[in-house]
Design a protein around this ligand. Structure first.
Ligand code: KG4
Ligand code: ZN
Length: 396
């Protein structure tokens, strides 16, 4: 079975094609059109802008991904009138997309794709809808079934998690999903059977990285920018520089010792802001201060994520821990997780995706669709019935 996967829940327009047969998954290609440059000046994702960009990006991405797989064949006939009218209705609210996509569908034949998988939630409502309407139009025009995918479940399945979760040796498993919109600890009793053990009560960890970066005048997205500044501090410190070491900053580790598995990151952002405000302008702009604060804030987030995850892993006697979501691309987090597990002589196996599959991508949507088809635990939808659900939860 060939799957065409679509992901537009936030600010990345992503399309992938994969093969899935008898539980075997093979990624053919995965393309991303990043909107970082567009959102940079706002210091965060601006939903209406993100939606407009998805509308512009999706058709060219589709064309590229099909071309790569030799699936782009010029059509001998044009779309007939009742069909054209229905397509226009489906794309009624997606004006920019509508024009480009209908031209494309008119020009090319239906490709040999067996299933369309699209993220239906959680995510930003306008962005999700553009992806869903795009998928609905393709499903209608090409007469291909469609399956709605949960974005968080996809982060759990990112990369090669298909075989990991199916291996009984790894179950029960615990997933830590940390992204710009979510921070959740999810117990996986078996594939498809999830329980949310804890989650953030306010800001997500990625959101904290983004907001702290903004306070410090760093680039968007904040995670990689903070990580880069923190890395500079440790390399300078290891060379014995006095200046960076002289600045001692301590920010709180919110909810580090609570008995539950919840998180809270908004107080951390406020603590950074207070510290920043009490510095002189010269200090605020100094490399030493920015590096010291980036390092301390990053460490505070890492400390909480690791402590709570290991606590839940022990309490629920899991056999493996899966890390997913954009924040798990963080090198220091990955390294310290490995070290902690080694140091404690824990029996948990730690699975982390390559960084490019931690942040949003459509390969993970295809993997999840493949799992669902293999497990037959999700029925296929018709284009008429599929809709975006911005607050969708993994255990819904
Ligand atoms: O999973 P993702 O791509 O999108 C959402 O579903 O939200 O995660 C994006 C988030 C952003 O907040 C970004 O700052 C953060 O992941 N991020 C990182 C790193 N790379 C991306 N955070 C810390 N360190 C990184 N290297
Ligand atoms: Zn995500």
């Amino acid at each position: 079975m060939k799957i065409l996967a679509i992901e537009t829940s936030c600010d990345d327009s992503c399309i992938a094609i994969a093969k899935c047969s008898a539980g075997k998954f093979e990624l053919i290609s995965s393309l991303i059109s990043s909107q970082i440059e567009i959102h940079r000046k706002w210091g965060g994702v601006y939903p209406a802008l993100a939606r407009r960009e998805h509308q512009k990006n999706l058709t060219p991405l589709l064309s590229q991904v099909l071309k790569k797989d030799n699936l782009l064949v010029v059509s001998k006939s044009k779309i007939k009138n009742p069909e054209l009218k229905n397509l226009k209705n489906i794309l009624d609210r997606e004006l920019i997309l509508s024009k480009k996509l209908i031209e494309f569908l008119d020009e090319y034949e239906a490709p040999r794709i067996d299933l369309i998988a699209v993220t239906i939630g959680p995510g930003l409502d306008p962005c999700l809808w553009t992806g869903v309407n795009f998928a609905r139009a393709l499903s209608y025009c090409w007469d291909i079934p469609i399956v709605g995918i949960n974005h968080i479940e996809a982060h759990v399945f990112a990369n090669d998690k298909l075989s990991i979760i199916h291996d009984k040796k790894n179950l029960p498993s615990l997933a830590l999903i940390v992204s710009g919109g979510h921070t959740q600890l999810i117990l996986i009793k078996k594939p498809g059977d999830y329980k949310i053990l804890g989650e953030t009560r306010d800001d997500a960890a990625g959101e904290a990285f983004d907001k702290i970066a903004r306070i410090l005048g760093l680039d968007y997205p904040g995670g990689p920018a903070i990580a880069a500044e923190a890395a500079k501090k440790s390399s300078v410190s290891s060379q014995g520089s006095k200046q960076t070491d002289k600045i001692v900053i301590k920010v709180p580790r919110p909810m580090l010792n609570t008995k539950d598995y919840d998180f809270s990151f908004s107080g951390l952002k406020t603590a950074v802001l207070y510290d920043y405000k009490k510095r002189t302008k010269k200090e605020q702009k100094s490399e030493a201060y920015i590096q010291a604060m980036a390092s301390e804030a990053q460490q505070a987030i890492i400390d909480v994520l690791i402590k709570k995850t290991i606590k839940a892993a022990k309490d629920y006697r899991v056999k493996s821990i899966l890390l997913g979501g954009g924040v798990t691309a963080n090198k220091e987090l990955r390294k310290q997780f490995q070290q902690k597990i080694k140091k404690e002589n824990s029996r948990f196996k730690l699975y982390v995706s390559p960084p490019k599959y931690c942040t949003d991508n459509a390969a993970m949507i295809a993997t999840t669709a493949c799992f669902k088809q293999t497990a037959k635990n999700q029925s296929l939808d018709r284009w008429e019935s599929i809709k975006a659900i911005p607050n969708l939860r993994i255990n819904d």
